[in-house]
Write a protein that binds this ligand. Sequence first.
Ligand code: ZN
Length: 54
Amino acid sequence: MVELNAPRNRKCLRCGREEEWDDSVHGWTVAAEAGEPYCIHEWDVNGTHPTIAE
Ligand SMILES: [Zn+2]
């Protein structure tokens, strides 16, 4: 069995923006710090978590 372990939150390594996953909108919402709006965010989650194709 493959256990899906999608990240529930993430933080930008550059500006400190923190977001959490919102199931109701299927998207990321700001959890704490909004960070820098013009930052090219680099999240502290890597690409190993599976994404489900439509
Ligand atoms: Zn950022």
